[in-house]
Design a binder for this molecule. Sequence first.
Ligand code: NAP
Length: 468
Amino acid sequence: MTNSLGSESNPLRVAVVGSGPSAFYAVEALFKEEGLHVGVDVFDRLPTPYGLVRGGVAPDHQKIKSVVKVYEKISAKEGFRFFGNVKLGRDVQVEDLLARYHQLIFAVGNESDRRMGIPGEDLKGVFSATEFVGWYNAHPDYRDREFDLAGAREVAVVGNGNVAMDVTRIMVEDGEVLAKTDIADYALRALETCKVNTVHLLGRRGPAQAAFSPKEIQEINKLGHVDVVVSERDGSLDEVSRDWVDQQSKGSIQRNVQFLTDQVAAGEGSQAKKVRCRFLVSPVEFLGDEEGHLRAVRIQRSELYLDDSGTPRPKGIDEFEEIPVQLAFKAVGYRGVPVMGVPFDERRGVIPNQDGRVLESAGEPVLARQYVVGWAKRGPTGLIGTNSPDSKATVAMMIEDLPDLEATVDARPEAIVELLREKEIDFVSYQDWQNLDRHEKAEGEKSGKVRQKLSDIAEMMEVIRAAR
Ligand code: NAP
């Protein structure tokens, strides 16, 4: 009988930092590896698992959230443990984990947002979509944000990806629909007073290059009480796009162009609420009033040109416009934040890696025993499911590296528990989370909601401790 790493007598021990989709797909791939004996401990800085499925996916998209059933099954497997309320860099260090696990996987996602780098970005009323999304989803980091939804009539949403769709839809969505979801209760109350009647959706490229999925833009139109309005000028394809579209095989491009063309024909519509899709416009400045409140966004029109790779890019032309808005959300993409002790590629906002193997820095050698998955690996693109093949690919690298793995590791499963107890860290087990989960669902049921989320870590810990 062999004593090689990953055998029954010498099981592999892996720590995963982060507990969103990419983490769970990595755990699944490890458990599915033929003949591998492995114990996996998943850490999260929050007491709750599931990353963006809990804190990012919009509350009116419960079907997408039902993917947690898959993660629950993975969590029920022997060899899985959850350590919530444990932050890497604060409560434990990379060295602590390297001393207790053979391999580490960073699944820390992209916790921040890209800045646009234009004047006025810090005015009152200008927010990142990340803040709004975290706020309505009861994320502890964003629960204290305040958005003047009752005071604003016109809002700019910059970017036209699916996050822009979520932010727009939640603002114009029917309160009765939201009331049944797991939206944060404070957000529901604030949205019930929302007087926003126009959302200006600002895309810097043309209709053919819109990053939203056809289903997502169409969903807004299907709400019934909102018109998605596209002017003839905004909805027409320019020459560059016409040729480019013909060469594209992605059906979503054609479907978006078709939908937007249909909306040009549909005109203004008759509903009081409007989502106005603008294309080939880039914000160049957020303008404030004397008190530093946002009053307008200044946009510059663009033309498209093909870059060296044949991709249409926007180039500003000498045509400007001011749109009066009282709130603005920048939905121009997420960005990773550095984790103490983990390399970080400042330029790309990710953990530098080669096919999931962490590098000392971009272009430098591989750091032994450290791996990365998800948005922290490839940047903020793709749907939840995209993470499955991506995590599998990283796990394949981990398995490939096993025969050469050299490290002295205290691989006893108790080793990490001893450390956390020594540091007096009140970690949250998977069972603790299940108790909190039950509590939130039961509280939700009382008011006809899917769940009543807690957004305050201290309150979560109170419920967890009471249930122990
Ligand atoms: P995204 O899809 O990359 O969209 C970002 C948008 O911001 C693009 O339209 C981009 O335009 C624009 N942009 C970037 N920099 C800009 C600037 N300086 N000025 C103006 N516009 C700028 O990112 P996302 O919306 O954050 O979504 C992230 C990922 O999560 C995506 O893969 C998305 O599909 C996924 N997601 C899915 C769902 C869902 O399925 N329901 C919901 C939310 C998120 P360019 O194209 O010109 O760069």
